[in-house]
Design a binder for this molecule. Structure first.
Ligand SMILES: Cc1cc2nc3c(=O)[nH]c(=O)nc-3n(C[C@H](O)[C@H](O)[C@H](O)COP(=O)(O)OP(=O)(O)OC[C@H]3O[C@@H](n4cnc5c(N)ncnc54)[C@H](O)[C@@H]3O)c2cc1C
Length: 280
Protein backbone atom coordinates (compact mmCIF):
# COMPACT_ATOMS: atom_id res chain seq x y z
CA UNK A 1 0.00 0.00 0.00
CA UNK A 2 1.19 3.50 -0.84
CA UNK A 3 1.15 6.19 1.86
CA UNK A 4 0.54 9.82 0.86
CA UNK A 5 2.03 12.63 2.95
CA UNK A 6 0.57 16.13 2.57
CA UNK A 7 2.71 18.57 4.60
CA UNK A 8 1.24 22.03 5.22
CA UNK A 9 4.53 23.79 5.86
CA UNK A 10 8.16 23.55 4.84
CA UNK A 11 9.53 22.23 8.15
CA UNK A 12 7.00 19.41 8.14
CA UNK A 13 7.91 18.55 4.56
CA UNK A 14 11.67 18.50 5.20
CA UNK A 15 11.13 16.21 8.21
CA UNK A 16 9.13 13.79 6.04
CA UNK A 17 11.86 13.83 3.37
CA UNK A 18 14.45 13.13 6.05
CA UNK A 19 12.55 10.32 7.80
CA UNK A 20 10.72 8.57 4.95
CA UNK A 21 11.46 7.19 1.51
CA UNK A 22 9.07 9.23 -0.67
CA UNK A 23 8.71 10.61 -4.19
CA UNK A 24 7.95 14.33 -4.34
CA UNK A 25 4.83 15.40 -6.25
CA UNK A 26 4.23 19.10 -7.01
CA UNK A 27 1.68 19.63 -9.82
CA UNK A 28 1.91 15.94 -10.67
CA UNK A 29 1.63 16.54 -14.43
CA UNK A 30 4.78 14.54 -15.14
CA UNK A 31 4.46 12.15 -12.20
CA UNK A 32 0.91 11.16 -13.13
CA UNK A 33 1.92 10.31 -16.69
CA UNK A 34 5.06 8.45 -15.60
CA UNK A 35 3.16 6.44 -12.97
CA UNK A 36 -0.09 5.89 -14.78
CA UNK A 37 -1.46 2.43 -14.48
CA UNK A 38 -3.79 0.69 -16.86
CA UNK A 39 -5.00 -1.71 -14.17
CA UNK A 40 -5.32 0.33 -10.99
CA UNK A 41 -6.93 3.75 -10.80
CA UNK A 42 -6.21 6.55 -10.36
CA UNK A 43 -2.39 6.28 -10.38
CA UNK A 44 -0.03 3.40 -9.82
CA UNK A 45 2.63 5.01 -7.62
CA UNK A 46 5.18 2.37 -6.67
CA UNK A 47 6.45 4.16 -3.56
CA UNK A 48 5.12 6.52 -0.91
CA UNK A 49 4.55 10.07 -2.10
CA UNK A 50 4.81 13.53 -0.59
CA UNK A 51 2.45 16.12 -2.11
CA UNK A 52 4.05 19.54 -1.68
CA UNK A 53 1.53 21.83 -3.38
CA UNK A 54 -0.06 23.03 -0.09
CA UNK A 55 3.14 24.55 1.30
CA UNK A 56 2.39 28.29 1.52
CA UNK A 57 6.05 29.33 1.98
CA UNK A 58 6.80 27.98 -1.50
CA UNK A 59 4.02 29.89 -3.29
CA UNK A 60 5.71 33.31 -3.34
CA UNK A 61 7.36 35.25 -6.15
CA UNK A 62 9.48 38.19 -4.98
CA UNK A 63 12.60 40.15 -5.87
CA UNK A 64 15.57 41.97 -4.43
CA UNK A 65 18.04 44.22 -6.28
CA UNK A 66 19.76 41.35 -8.05
CA UNK A 67 17.39 38.40 -8.37
CA UNK A 68 13.80 37.28 -8.87
CA UNK A 69 12.85 34.37 -6.59
CA UNK A 70 10.15 31.90 -7.68
CA UNK A 71 8.82 29.54 -5.00
CA UNK A 72 8.88 25.94 -6.13
CA UNK A 73 5.15 25.29 -5.94
CA UNK A 74 4.08 28.40 -7.88
CA UNK A 75 2.07 27.24 -10.86
CA UNK A 76 3.27 28.07 -14.36
CA UNK A 77 0.16 30.24 -14.75
CA UNK A 78 1.01 32.26 -11.60
CA UNK A 79 4.56 32.73 -12.90
CA UNK A 80 3.23 33.92 -16.24
CA UNK A 81 1.03 36.48 -14.51
CA UNK A 82 3.80 37.92 -12.32
CA UNK A 83 5.22 41.32 -13.27
CA UNK A 84 8.57 40.32 -11.79
CA UNK A 85 9.28 37.42 -14.11
CA UNK A 86 11.40 38.08 -17.26
CA UNK A 87 9.41 38.26 -20.50
CA UNK A 88 11.54 35.53 -22.06
CA UNK A 89 10.41 33.01 -19.43
CA UNK A 90 6.78 34.15 -19.63
CA UNK A 91 6.77 33.84 -23.43
CA UNK A 92 8.14 30.32 -23.07
CA UNK A 93 5.54 29.29 -20.48
CA UNK A 94 2.80 30.56 -22.80
CA UNK A 95 3.90 27.88 -25.26
CA UNK A 96 3.91 25.09 -22.67
CA UNK A 97 1.05 22.59 -22.40
CA UNK A 98 -2.42 24.18 -22.09
CA UNK A 99 -4.06 26.55 -19.55
CA UNK A 100 -5.44 23.63 -17.51
CA UNK A 101 -2.01 21.99 -17.16
CA UNK A 102 -0.31 25.36 -16.54
CA UNK A 103 -2.58 26.01 -13.55
CA UNK A 104 -1.20 22.85 -11.92
CA UNK A 105 2.32 22.34 -13.27
CA UNK A 106 5.33 24.04 -11.70
CA UNK A 107 8.67 25.36 -12.92
CA UNK A 108 10.50 23.28 -10.30
CA UNK A 109 8.66 20.21 -11.64
CA UNK A 110 9.90 20.95 -15.16
CA UNK A 111 13.42 21.17 -13.70
CA UNK A 112 12.95 18.08 -11.49
CA UNK A 113 11.83 16.07 -14.50
CA UNK A 114 15.05 17.07 -16.32
CA UNK A 115 13.75 16.09 -19.74
CA UNK A 116 15.85 17.14 -22.75
CA UNK A 117 12.53 18.53 -24.08
CA UNK A 118 11.65 20.54 -20.94
CA UNK A 119 10.74 23.89 -22.46
CA UNK A 120 11.43 26.16 -19.49
CA UNK A 121 14.98 24.84 -19.19
CA UNK A 122 16.03 26.63 -22.39
CA UNK A 123 15.33 30.20 -21.16
CA UNK A 124 16.42 29.27 -17.63
CA UNK A 125 19.86 28.15 -18.89
CA UNK A 126 20.06 31.32 -20.96
CA UNK A 127 19.19 33.47 -17.93
CA UNK A 128 21.81 31.71 -15.73
CA UNK A 129 19.10 30.54 -13.32
CA UNK A 130 19.98 28.99 -9.97
CA UNK A 131 18.20 26.32 -7.97
CA UNK A 132 17.80 26.65 -4.21
CA UNK A 133 17.57 23.29 -2.46
CA UNK A 134 16.89 22.66 1.17
CA UNK A 135 16.93 19.81 3.68
CA UNK A 136 16.76 19.70 7.48
CA UNK A 137 20.57 20.06 7.36
CA UNK A 138 20.55 23.41 5.54
CA UNK A 139 20.17 25.31 2.31
CA UNK A 140 22.34 25.60 -0.80
CA UNK A 141 22.20 27.19 -4.23
CA UNK A 142 23.49 25.64 -7.42
CA UNK A 143 23.54 26.77 -11.05
CA UNK A 144 20.77 25.05 -13.00
CA UNK A 145 23.36 23.94 -15.57
CA UNK A 146 25.17 22.02 -12.79
CA UNK A 147 21.95 20.84 -11.12
CA UNK A 148 20.85 18.93 -14.24
CA UNK A 149 23.42 16.21 -14.72
CA UNK A 150 21.88 14.18 -17.55
CA UNK A 151 18.65 12.87 -19.05
CA UNK A 152 16.21 12.84 -16.09
CA UNK A 153 19.16 13.15 -13.69
CA UNK A 154 19.48 15.92 -11.11
CA UNK A 155 21.83 16.74 -8.28
CA UNK A 156 19.32 16.29 -5.44
CA UNK A 157 19.70 14.10 -2.36
CA UNK A 158 16.78 12.01 -1.13
CA UNK A 159 16.15 14.38 1.80
CA UNK A 160 16.35 17.57 -0.30
CA UNK A 161 13.61 19.69 -1.84
CA UNK A 162 13.87 22.36 -4.53
CA UNK A 163 12.56 25.41 -2.71
CA UNK A 164 13.19 28.23 -5.19
CA UNK A 165 14.20 28.96 -8.74
CA UNK A 166 16.35 32.10 -8.71
CA UNK A 167 16.75 34.27 -11.79
CA UNK A 168 19.37 37.03 -12.08
CA UNK A 169 17.87 40.35 -13.21
CA UNK A 170 19.35 41.12 -16.61
CA UNK A 171 18.10 43.50 -19.28
CA UNK A 172 18.36 42.61 -22.95
CA UNK A 173 17.80 44.67 -26.09
CA UNK A 174 15.89 41.67 -27.41
CA UNK A 175 15.10 38.16 -26.24
CA UNK A 176 13.45 35.44 -28.25
CA UNK A 177 12.06 31.91 -27.74
CA UNK A 178 10.86 29.57 -30.45
CA UNK A 179 9.35 26.16 -29.91
CA UNK A 180 8.79 23.74 -32.77
CA UNK A 181 6.19 21.12 -31.91
CA UNK A 182 3.63 18.96 -33.69
CA UNK A 183 0.77 21.35 -32.78
CA UNK A 184 0.23 24.65 -30.98
CA UNK A 185 -0.80 23.46 -27.51
CA UNK A 186 -0.33 20.38 -25.33
CA UNK A 187 2.66 19.42 -27.44
CA UNK A 188 6.10 18.33 -26.33
CA UNK A 189 8.84 20.10 -28.31
CA UNK A 190 10.55 18.59 -31.31
CA UNK A 191 13.15 21.28 -30.66
CA UNK A 192 13.38 24.73 -29.16
CA UNK A 193 15.67 27.74 -29.35
CA UNK A 194 16.24 30.84 -27.24
CA UNK A 195 18.44 33.81 -28.00
CA UNK A 196 19.03 37.16 -26.33
CA UNK A 197 21.40 40.06 -26.81
CA UNK A 198 22.19 43.47 -25.42
CA UNK A 199 23.52 46.22 -27.68
CA UNK A 200 25.09 49.50 -26.62
CA UNK A 201 25.94 51.94 -29.42
CA UNK A 202 25.76 49.03 -31.87
CA UNK A 203 28.31 47.04 -29.85
CA UNK A 204 27.36 43.59 -28.58
CA UNK A 205 27.61 43.80 -24.78
CA UNK A 206 25.96 40.43 -24.12
CA UNK A 207 24.71 37.63 -26.33
CA UNK A 208 23.26 34.28 -25.27
CA UNK A 209 22.10 31.30 -27.30
CA UNK A 210 20.47 28.07 -26.07
CA UNK A 211 18.96 25.03 -27.79
CA UNK A 212 16.52 22.44 -26.39
CA UNK A 213 15.83 18.82 -27.44
CA UNK A 214 19.09 18.51 -29.37
CA UNK A 215 21.35 16.91 -26.76
CA UNK A 216 21.07 15.25 -23.33
CA UNK A 217 20.26 18.65 -21.88
CA UNK A 218 20.15 22.27 -23.02
CA UNK A 219 23.06 23.30 -25.25
CA UNK A 220 24.56 26.63 -24.27
CA UNK A 221 28.20 27.51 -25.07
CA UNK A 222 29.52 30.49 -23.16
CA UNK A 223 32.91 30.10 -24.87
CA UNK A 224 31.28 30.70 -28.27
CA UNK A 225 29.14 33.58 -27.00
CA UNK A 226 32.23 35.30 -25.61
CA UNK A 227 33.82 35.36 -29.08
CA UNK A 228 31.04 37.76 -30.16
CA UNK A 229 31.15 40.19 -27.27
CA UNK A 230 32.66 43.58 -28.14
CA UNK A 231 32.00 43.23 -31.88
CA UNK A 232 29.58 45.52 -33.70
CA UNK A 233 26.23 44.05 -34.65
CA UNK A 234 27.18 44.26 -38.34
CA UNK A 235 30.41 42.35 -37.72
CA UNK A 236 28.42 39.63 -35.93
CA UNK A 237 25.85 39.46 -38.72
CA UNK A 238 28.62 39.03 -41.30
CA UNK A 239 29.93 36.07 -39.27
CA UNK A 240 26.61 34.21 -39.41
CA UNK A 241 27.82 31.19 -41.42
CA UNK A 242 30.90 30.86 -39.22
CA UNK A 243 28.73 31.01 -36.07
CA UNK A 244 26.41 28.31 -37.42
CA UNK A 245 29.50 26.14 -38.09
CA UNK A 246 30.71 26.65 -34.49
CA UNK A 247 27.45 25.28 -33.08
CA UNK A 248 27.08 22.44 -35.56
CA UNK A 249 29.21 20.00 -33.54
CA UNK A 250 27.22 20.59 -30.32
CA UNK A 251 23.79 19.93 -31.85
CA UNK A 252 23.50 16.15 -31.44
CA UNK A 253 19.80 15.24 -31.49
CA UNK A 254 18.31 11.77 -31.57
CA UNK A 255 15.48 10.12 -33.52
CA UNK A 256 12.36 9.52 -31.44
CA UNK A 257 8.57 9.38 -31.86
CA UNK A 258 8.35 13.18 -32.12
CA UNK A 259 10.98 13.89 -34.77
CA UNK A 260 14.21 12.76 -36.39
CA UNK A 261 17.74 13.97 -35.87
CA UNK A 262 18.18 15.45 -39.36
CA UNK A 263 15.10 17.66 -38.99
CA UNK A 264 16.02 18.72 -35.46
CA UNK A 265 19.55 19.67 -36.43
CA UNK A 266 18.64 21.47 -39.62
CA UNK A 267 15.84 23.57 -38.06
CA UNK A 268 17.89 24.38 -34.94
CA UNK A 269 20.71 25.78 -37.05
CA UNK A 270 18.23 27.69 -39.24
CA UNK A 271 16.76 29.31 -36.11
CA UNK A 272 20.27 30.28 -35.03
CA UNK A 273 20.99 31.77 -38.46
CA UNK A 274 17.75 33.74 -38.42
CA UNK A 275 18.42 35.01 -34.87
CA UNK A 276 21.88 36.31 -35.85
CA UNK A 277 20.68 37.82 -39.14
CA UNK A 278 17.94 39.71 -37.31
CA UNK A 279 20.08 41.39 -34.66
CA UNK A 280 18.91 45.03 -34.73
C1 LIG B 1 -0.83 17.30 -21.40
C2 LIG B 1 0.57 17.69 -20.99
C3 LIG B 1 1.25 18.66 -21.73
C4 LIG B 1 2.55 19.02 -21.38
N1 LIG B 1 3.19 19.97 -22.14
C5 LIG B 1 4.45 20.33 -21.82
C6 LIG B 1 5.14 21.30 -22.61
O1 LIG B 1 4.61 21.88 -23.55
N2 LIG B 1 6.44 21.59 -22.27
C7 LIG B 1 7.07 20.98 -21.22
O2 LIG B 1 8.24 21.28 -20.97
N3 LIG B 1 6.43 20.07 -20.45
C8 LIG B 1 5.15 19.73 -20.72
N4 LIG B 1 4.50 18.79 -19.95
C9 LIG B 1 5.20 18.17 -18.82
C10 LIG B 1 4.89 18.82 -17.44
O3 LIG B 1 3.64 19.47 -17.43
C11 LIG B 1 5.98 19.81 -17.02
O4 LIG B 1 7.24 19.18 -17.00
C12 LIG B 1 5.70 20.46 -15.65
O5 LIG B 1 6.46 21.63 -15.51
C13 LIG B 1 5.96 19.51 -14.48
O6 LIG B 1 5.62 20.19 -13.28
P1 LIG B 1 4.83 19.44 -12.11
O7 LIG B 1 4.74 20.39 -10.98
O8 LIG B 1 3.56 18.88 -12.61
O9 LIG B 1 5.86 18.26 -11.80
P2 LIG B 1 5.61 16.86 -11.06
O10 LIG B 1 4.98 15.90 -12.02
O11 LIG B 1 4.94 17.05 -9.76
O12 LIG B 1 7.12 16.43 -10.80
C14 LIG B 1 8.03 16.24 -11.87
C15 LIG B 1 9.37 15.78 -11.29
O13 LIG B 1 9.96 16.81 -10.53
C16 LIG B 1 10.14 16.42 -9.15
N5 LIG B 1 9.81 17.60 -8.36
C17 LIG B 1 8.73 18.42 -8.50
N6 LIG B 1 8.81 19.45 -7.64
C18 LIG B 1 9.95 19.26 -6.92
C19 LIG B 1 10.58 19.99 -5.86
N7 LIG B 1 10.08 21.13 -5.39
N8 LIG B 1 11.74 19.51 -5.36
C20 LIG B 1 12.29 18.38 -5.85
N9 LIG B 1 11.75 17.65 -6.86
C21 LIG B 1 10.59 18.09 -7.38
C22 LIG B 1 9.19 15.24 -8.95
O14 LIG B 1 9.64 14.37 -7.93
C23 LIG B 1 9.25 14.58 -10.33
O15 LIG B 1 10.41 13.80 -10.45
C24 LIG B 1 3.19 18.41 -20.27
C25 LIG B 1 2.50 17.46 -19.51
C26 LIG B 1 1.20 17.10 -19.86
C27 LIG B 1 0.48 16.08 -19.02
Amino acid sequence: MVTSYIPLNLDECLKILSDKQVRIVAGGTDMLIQNRSHTSMPIGFKSDVCYISNIEELKKIYEDETFVYIGSVCSLEAIMESELVPELLKNTILEMASPAIRHTATLAGNIGNASPAGDSLVPLYLLDALVEKRSIKGVSKVALSDFITGVRKIDLEKDELITKVIIPKISFTKSYFKKVGPRLSDAISKLSFAGAYKLENDLVKDIRIAFGSVNVTVVRRRDLEERLIGKTKDEVKKMVSEIVDWYEEFIKPIDDQRSNKEYRKSISLKLLRSFIENIE
